[in-house]
Design a protein around this ligand. Structure first.
Ligand SMILES: Cc1cc2nc3c(=O)[nH]c(=O)nc-3n(C[C@H](O)[C@H](O)[C@H](O)COP(=O)(O)O)c2cc1C
Ligand code: SF4
Length: 546
C-alpha cells in the first residue's frame, strides 16, 4: 500500500507535492478533495495529518511556542518565559516546540515566524510591534584549515559559479574519487562515506534520481545545521547541485524543520538568487545539466530526521521508519534512487573539491577525518558554534574554546538525546573523534554539548529523555512506542509519588528497547539512560528496589 502512495504521490510535480498540500489543508472537506485529487483514501490523508505536531488544531491555535529542549530545560528558564508570554498573549495562547536551536543562551521561544532567546523575552512589546531582532551568537573556526566556517575558500555566488564550472570540466569519477579519498563521512549519525554513497547512486540505472538534504536537525542541543543554512547556505546548496550533477539527478529537496523559520527563508532567498544567476534551472552554465530544488518544510516531527521517515514525509505518507534494505540509494524518494545527506556533509564538499582531498584527510585520525562543528550551550562561559579539527581534546574544547563552565556541572550529554551522557570526570580523557567516543561507550553524533548542572536531578533528566522518545516515536515498533512510555511512567511515579521502581525491570525494559527497536530512536535511548543509571547511581538508588 505505501508503495502505491509513493508512486501516486510521485506523479505530481514538486510544486503540487502531497505533503505540501496536506500541510495547508484546513479541514475535512479539503482533506477529502485532496484524497480525490491524488487517488488516495481519505484515511491516508488523515493518517499523515495526525502524525505531525504542527498540523494539530490545538497546536495551530497558539500564538507563541516555548522551547522545551534539553538545554533550556536544564537552565530552568522556561517557566518564566512561558508566564511572560501568557501574561502578554493570553493564558491559552502559548504552546511548545522541541528545541529551537538557541541553546547558547536559552529562554527560547517562537513568535510569528521568528525565534527569540536570551534577553528577548524582556522585549516583548517591541517584538509584538515588529521592532526587535535577536542578537547574533558566537561563530568561529578553531581549525587551521576551515572547511565550514571561514569564508576565504568559498562564500560568494562567484565562487559557486567558478567551482561548478570546474566540476563540469572534471570527470565525474574523479570528483567522486576526491570525495572518497578525503575520508568525508556523513555527519548525520551513521557515518557512511559520502563519496561512496554518491558512487552507489550514480551506478543505478533509473529514469529519475533525487538528492535530499536532511536539514531536520531535531537533536535538542544541536544548532550546527541551522548555522550552516543561515550563514553558509551557498556551501550547502553547492553540495546539493554537484551531487545532482554526479549522480544524474534533476531534482533536489531541502527538508528543513519548521522550527527553523529563518533557515527556511534564507534558503529560499539563496535558491531564488541561484535561479536568477542561471546556477539552477535548465542547462546550467551551458553544460546541458538541468537541476533545481525546493524547500520542504517539516511539520514538527523529530523522527523525520531518520532518512526513510524523511522520504515518507516528503511523499506525504505517514512518516514511519521503513525497513532497510532497500537503501535510499537504490530505492528512495518516489521509489527512485536517492542520495540523502546531512547539511554538514554537503557543506564540506565545496572546500574539499576546491582544496583537494589531502587538506581534509590530513586533519584527524583513523576514520575520523576533517573538521566538525560543535554546539556549546549556555553553561559554557563562551557558548556558541565552533569548527574544530576532529581529534581535538575535550579538555581544549571545554577550557580553551568554551572558557570553562559558569555553573557546577555533573555531566554533559553529547550528541543529542540518543548520544551518551559523559560524567565530568571522564570528559577530559576524551577526544572529539567518532571512534574514541564509541570505544568509551558514548556517541559523538552531531557533537552538541548539553550540560547537566549538579542542581538538576539525573532522574528528572532520564524522565525527560523517555518522554521525548515517547512523544517522537513513530509508533511502528512496540519496544520503542510502549517502552518509552513505560519508562516515562516509572520515573514519573518515582519523582511525583515516591513510588519505587524495580532495578531489574528498568534494565529489562532498556534491553528490550535496545534489541527490539527498528531504528536508533528506540534503540539508542537506552545508552543515555544506562549512562545516567551508572554515573549518577546515588540519585537513582533511593528510588529503586531490587
Ligand atoms: C532517530 C534518528 C534521527 C535522525 N536525525 C537526523 C537528523 O536530524 N539529521 C541528519 O542528517 N540525519 C539524521 N539521522 C540520520 C539519517 O537517517 C541519515 O543517516 C543521514 O541523514 C544520512 O546523511 P549523511 O550520510 O550525510 O550522514 C537520524 C537517524 C535516526 C535514526
Ligand atoms: S524505534 Fe521507534 S521511531 Fe524507530 S521505527 Fe521503531 S517505533 Fe519508530
Amino acid at each position: 500500500m505505501s508503495r502505491n502512495i509513493s508512486l501516486l504521490s510521485g506523479k505530481k510535480d514538486d510544486k503540487n507535492s502531497l505533503f505540501g498540500k496536506i500541510s495547508v489543508s484546513p479541514n475535512d472537506t479539503s482533506d477529502a478533495q485532496l484524497a480525490g485529487e491524488y487517488n488516495l483514501g481519505v484515511s491516508t490523508i488523515h493518517s499523515t495529518k495526525s502524525f505531525y505536531d504542527f498540523l494539530n488544531e490545538d497546536f495551530k491555535n497558539k500564538k507563541a511556542y516555548v522551547c522545551t529542549g534539553s538545554a533550556c530545560m536544564c537552565r530552568g528558564t522556561q517557566e518564566d518565559v512561558t508566564q511572560k508570554l501568557k501574561n502578554k498573549l493570553g493564558e491559552d495562547s502559548v504552546g511548545e516546540m522541541i528545541c529551537l536551536g538557541r541553546c547558547y543562551e536559552n529562554s527560547a521561544f517562537y513568535y510569528d515566524g521568528e525565534n527569540y532567546s536570551g534577553d528577548d523575552i524582556n522585549q516583548l512589546d517591541n517584538i509584538l510591534a515588529g521592532k526587535h531582532k535577536s542578537l547574533p551568537y558566537t561563530m568561529k573556526s578553531y581549525s587551521e584549515t576551515s572547511f565550514l566556517v571561514e569564508n576565504e575558500v568559498f562564500s560568494s555566488f562567484e565562487d559557486f559559479k567558478e567551482l561548478l564550472q570546474n566540476c563540469f570540466e572534471t570527470d565525474k569519477d574523479e570528483l567522486i574519487n576526491t570525495l572518497k579519498d578525503s575520508g568525508l563521512r556523513g555527519r548525520g549519525g551513521a557515518g557512511f562515506p559520502t563519496g561512496m554513497k554518491w558512487e552507489f547512486c550514480k551506478a543505478q540505472e533509473a529514469k529519475a534520481k533525487y538528492v535530499v538534504c536532511n536539514a531536520d536537525e531535531g537533536d535538542p542541543g544541536a544548532y550546527s545545521d541551522r548555522y550552516l543554512l543561515e550563514e553558509q547556505a551557498l556551501k550547502v546548496l553547492f553540495g546539493m547541485v554537484v551531487c545532482g550533477y554526479i549522480i544524474g539527478s534533476k531534482q533536489g529537496f531541502m527538508y528543513i524543520r519548521g522550527e527553523y523559520p529563518e533557515s527556511i527563508d534564507i534558503t529560499n532567498e539563496a535558491l531564488a538568487k541561484l535561479r536568477e544567476l542561471g546556477l539552477l534551472g535548465e542547462n546550467i552554465l551551458g553544460s546541458g545539466f538541468d537541476f533545481d530544488m525546493n524547500v520542504v518544510e517539516g511539520q514538527g516531527a523529530y523522527i523525520c530526521g531518520e532518512e526513510t521517515a524523511l522520504i515518507a514525509s516528503i511523499e506525504g505518507r505517514r512518516a514511519e521508519v521503513d525497513v532497510r534494505p532497500p537503501f535510499p540509494v537504490v530505492e528512495g524518494l518516489y521509489k527512485k534512487p536517492t542520495v540523502v545527506n546531512n547539511v554538514e556533509s554537503l557543506a564540506a564538499v565545496a572546500a574539499i573539491l576546491k582544496n583537494g582531498s589531502k587538506s581534509y584527510k590530513s586533519i584527524g585520525n583513523g576514520r575520523s577525518l576533517g573538521t566538525k562543528l560543535i554546539s556549546l550551550d549556555g553553561f559554557f562561559n563562551n557558548p556558541g558554534l565552533y569548527e574544530v579539527d576532529l581529534g581535538t581534546s575535550l579538555e581544549f574544547i571545554i577550557d580553551e574554546i568554551g572558557g570553562g563552565f559558569n555553573a557546577d556541572i555533573k555531566a554533559i550529554q553529547i550528541g543529542g538525546p540518543l548520544g551518551g551522557i559523559v560524567p565530568v570526570d571522564k570528559l577530559k580523557s576524551l577526544k572529539l573523534d567518532f571512534e574514541v567516543f564509541a570505544e568509551a561507550g558514548f556517541l559523538l553524533g552531531h557533537a552538541s554539548f548539553v550540560c547537566i548542572p549538579k542542581s538538576f536531578s539525573a532522574v528528572e533528566y532520564a524522565k525527560h529523555l523517555f518522554a521525548f522518545t515517547a512523544h517522537e516515536s513513530c509508533g511502528k515498533c512496540f519496544p520503542c512506542r510502549l517502552g518509552s512510555t513505560r519508562g516515562k511512567e516509572m520515573l514519573g511515579s518515582a519523582i511525583d509519588n515516591n513510588q519505587k521502581f524495580s532495578e531489574e525491570l528498568i534494565y529489562d525494559l532498556l534491553e528490550t528497547m535496545e534489541v527490539g527497536s527498528l531504528c536508533a530512536l528506540g534503540g539508542g535511548l537506552p545508552l543515555a539512560i544506562k549512562n545516567l543509571l551508572e554515573h549518577c547511581s546515588d540519585e537513582f538508588k533511593p528510588l529503586m528496589e531490587k
